[in-house]
Ligand binder design. Structure first.
Ligand code: GLY
Length: 610
């Protein structure tokens, strides 16, 4: 079966209609040391490119929401051609690699949740550390961690890419159209070119290390070192060729032969080389991609998310669960923002959740869950105990708890910046739904590009996912960090792809998720609360000003909160840091008439459907 695809001109118009309002330099780190916790606020994911209001989109048959109009359109056309939600997600990912190279791609990893009408499938495409990596991976000759920034921009940070193998596995289970057809949009766009978007241009302009990569410097910049301008038609013949091979020969075309060899050669040629081997890449597809989704009840809803190595679902459900044990403020949301009283409770619950996250959560193949079950962190009795630590004033920062009174042998991981990433939500004509969060970690990953050994212009970026592992293997007392580097280990993630159901009927209600490093957890929680506590539609929920706490200062999206709220939080003892919080939420919710989708006004996403 061949898919007949057409590229709608409206997606291109949409791209040009968006204007960069502001370019902010990454905000300064704020360090906070309270209650023995050394704390650094995570850097912000990708620089903001303004807040462009979006209408929200009502559809009746199906809907696709992704971070770029061309990628969204590819998913739309795949469903129009008879494809399933998983088929559409694969097409979207292949186009995202091309048009949103700063956030995700075939050089990275992804978590995919897929609802088939009766079951939630969870497919784990997280990158792995090379087999030769050990806990000294990021340490210098003196045994100290190398500077974080240097670690990111190196061959050391690259994990073995997982996205392509995971998507193939998902396709074998829930795909409808032939695998090869799902590459048609991306191959066409890679061959014919796509217009550089304002966001991609702005990010390229602000980027330094990619200018030093042998491929990236030629591909994304002109001879004078100027970033390809907005509207420039960028062709990527190397990626088109790689895609043709994967489409025709399957994933062996990525995990063996020229592509695998080129990835390893480029990682090893970097001035800070990594030790990934071709065999590491050859072996990746042999693993088990199926994991059990974690599903938990909250009010009238059943919320399903990804288990460890993601910390996302556990942290979101801890925060929501802890708040259930507090006296709810009379008003949680008014005049477009949460109230100070509600924010106080949320931000305190966040401190408790992040303390547990930093202590316990890591790759379950290496680290045992507290009391042998990750659900111990969500046990209502434990959450009630944790909620009792929240008073009228800020606690400063929180210590981790002891679910089921089991003492942890692990040390607490210090905060490390993590950023980048993209989210895709899809519902197809049969009501099957996807929530996929996908990443190469930092903006433009580790800034190493591979042309897959094609010798053609362009290619794809490699990830720096291993800097989601702790650079430091032990804490100051010599306790091992659960999320330290070990061979073949998957880094802890904050990615929180989420599917929401009616708790009584089991009916599917919504798909939601976001990029944004550790703040993904807060963005996703905000959207869930907005839709299902405050009764907002998906777009209104996404639009709510962002707020976060990573177990230290409370972070509020700059220029979005009224002074009275900030003053009220300060009066409760919160240290307030106002800064850009560039979420990239995408959500699709079921309505009486079909679906309503929202895309984040802080990025370029749209929803397309019928
Ligand atoms: N690299 C982003 C995450 O996995 O949370």
């Amino acid at each position: 079966m061949t898919v007949n695809l057409r590229f709608s001109s409206f997606t291109l118009q949409l791209l040009f209609a968006s204007i960069i309002l502001l370019l902010f330099a990454a905000a300064c780190d704020t360090a906070d040391e309270q209650a023995g916790v050394a704390y650094t606020i995570p850097e912000q994911p990708e620089m903001p490119t303004g807040f462009n209001p979006k209408p929200g989109w009502a559809t009746s048959e199906f809907a696709v929401a992704a971070a770029n109009p061309l990628a969204t359109d590819a998913g739309y056309q795949i469903i129009q051609a008879g494809g399933s939600a998983v088929d559409a997600a694969i097409a979207v990912q292949m186009v995202l690699t091309l048009v949103e190279p700063q956030s995700s791609g075939i050089g990275g990893g992804a978590f995919l949740l897929a609802w088939d009408g009766s079951l939630v499938h969870a497919y784990n495409g997280r990158e792995t550390a090379p087999s030769g990596a050990d806990e000294n991976h990021f340490l210098d000759e003196s045994g100290d961690p190398i500077p974080f920034r240097d670690a990111v921009r190196s061959g050391l940070s690259a994990g073995v890419p997982g996205t392509v193998a995971m998507l193939k596995h998902a396709h074998e289970r829930q795909g409808v159209l032939p695998w090869a057809d799902l590459f048609t949009p991306a191959i066409t766009l890679a061959e014919e070119g796509f217009r550089v978007s304002p966001r991609l241009h702005g990010l390229l302009e602000g980027e330094e290390a990619l200018r030093h990569d042998p491929i990236g410097s030629r591909f994304y910049y002109d001879e004078d070192g100027e970033a390809r301008p907005v509207g420039h038609n960028l062709r990527n013949p190397a990626l088109a060729e790689i895609y043709r091979q994967i489409a025709q020969r399957g994933i062996a075309a990525f995990y063996t032969g020229a592509v695998a060899e080129d990835i390893v050669a480029r990682i090893r040629a970097h001035e800070r080389p990594g030790n990934m081997t071709v065999e590491d890449i050859n072996n990746y597809p042999d693993q088990d991609f199926d994991v059990d989704a974690m599903c938990n009840d909250w009010r009238a809803y059943r919320i399903c998310g990804f288990p460890p190595p993601s910390s996302g679902h556990i942290a979101i459900m801890q925060m929501l669960g802890i708040m259930e044990h507090l006296d709810a403020p009379e008003t949680g949301f008014e005049n477009g923002t949460p109230t100070a009283e509600w924010l106080h409770q949320y931000l305190e619950a966040a401190k408790l959740a992040f303390a547990d996250r930093n202590q316990y959560v890591a790759d379950p193949n290496f680290v045992e869950a507290p009391a042998g079950d990750w659900q111990s962190l969500l046990n209502p009795d434990y959450l009630r105990e944790r909620a009792m630590l929240i008073g009228k004033n800020s606690m400063g920062s929180a210590d981790p708890g002891n679910p089921e009174d089991v003492l942890s042998m692990f040390g607490m991981m210090q905060s490390q910046p993590d950023k980048g990433t993209s989210h895709v939500s899809i519902v197809d004509r049969d009501g099957n739904a996807v929530s996929m969060t996908t990443t190469i970690e930092s903006g433009f990953g580790n800034r190493i590009m591979s042309d897959g050994g094609t010798g053609l212009e362009g290619g794809f970026l490699l990830n720096n996912e291993l800097t989601d592992l702790s650079l430091r293997p032990y804490d100051d007392d010599g306790n091992p960090i659960a999320n330290r580097v070990e061979p073949n280990k998957r880094p802890r993630s904050s990615m929180s792809p989420t599917l929401i159901f009616d708790r009584e009927t089991g009916d599917f209600l919504a798909s939601v998720g976001s990029p944004g490093g550790a703040a993904i957890i807060h963005y996703t929680a905000k959207a869930i609360v907005g839709m299902y506590d405050w009764g907002l539609n998906a777009q209104e929920a996404i639009d709510i000003p962002n707020f976060a706490n990573f177990n230290g200062p409370s972070v509020l999206e700059q220029e979005m909160f009224p002074a009275e709220i900030i003053e009220a939080l300060r009066a409760m003892g919160h240290q307030i840091d106002e800064r850009a919080l560039t979420s990239g939420l995408q959500a699709i919710q079921v309505t009486e008439d079909g679906f309503f989708g929202g895309a984040d006004p802080r990025r370029e996403g749209v929803v397309i459907g019928e």
